[in-house]
Design a protein around this ligand. Structure first.
Ligand SMILES: Cc1cc2nc3c(=O)[nH]c(=O)nc-3n(C[C@H](O)[C@H](O)[C@H](O)COP(=O)(O)O)c2cc1C
Length: 168
């Protein structure tokens, strides 16, 4: 089998247009979250979703202890929120900095205000997948705003839905 080059791997995966989420949790009074595009629906009965989280980051270890996390699906005007939660070197803190506004819902994990949808989850399984943890969440709260448009990520750039449909 020929070896797959890292550039081909990244290029192929970058061709997958996705939404952008922020996955958060709260542990011992400290909140933390990261920008995540590896979000997927998994099961209807029971209601399950998955996210893939790099083990080099604080989040998988925190979620394994808190047993809960929230997924906020970002709206088209939330690029700044995506950039905030994608910044390296952040540590858990009592509250997120401005401009992030968050509140707790069912589980105690913070959900991000202004998002197009929220999923509040209890941790069902944490599965090792290479250098990432696949967190399987049982959904205990789901809400969405039909008036908003989603933020889209495609070929390493933020897009809008209209841009994708016009091939931009
Ligand atoms: C659009 C976008 C999607 C991302 N998706 C993921 C993802 O699915 N899983 C992940 O672990 N990191 C993902 N990241 C990277 C993390 O957000 C980023 O590595 C993290 O916030 C930086 O923290 P650290 O370097 O301090 O660990 C994504 C970043 C961006 C901008």
């Amino acid at each position: 089998m020929p070896e797959v080059s890292p550039d081909d791997f990244k290029g192929a995966l970058g061709s997958w247009a996705s939404g952008v989420t922020v996955v958060t949790t709260k542990l011992d009074g400290m909140v933390y979250g990261i920008t995540v595009s590896s979000f997927a629906s998994l099961s209807i009965d029971p209601l399950l979703i998955t996210v893939g989280l790099a083990d080099s980051n604080h989040l998988p270890g925190m979620i394994k202890k808190s047993k809960q996390f929230a997924v906020s699906i970002l709206a088209s005007d939330q690029q700044d929120i995506s950039a905030y939660f994608a910044r390296s070197g952040r540590d858990p803190q009592p509250e997120f900095d401005m401009p992030v506004r968050a509140r707790v819902w069912h589980t105690g994990s913070p959900i991000i205000e202004g998002a197009i949808a929220h999923l509040d989850c209890e941790l069902e399984h944490a599965i090792q997948g290479g250098d990432h943890t696949i967190a399987v969440g049982r959904v205990v709260g789901a809400a969405y705003d039909p008036a908003k448009q989603p933020l889209v990520y495609f070929r390493r750039a933020y897009r809008s839905v209209s841009e994708v449909s016009h091939g931009g």
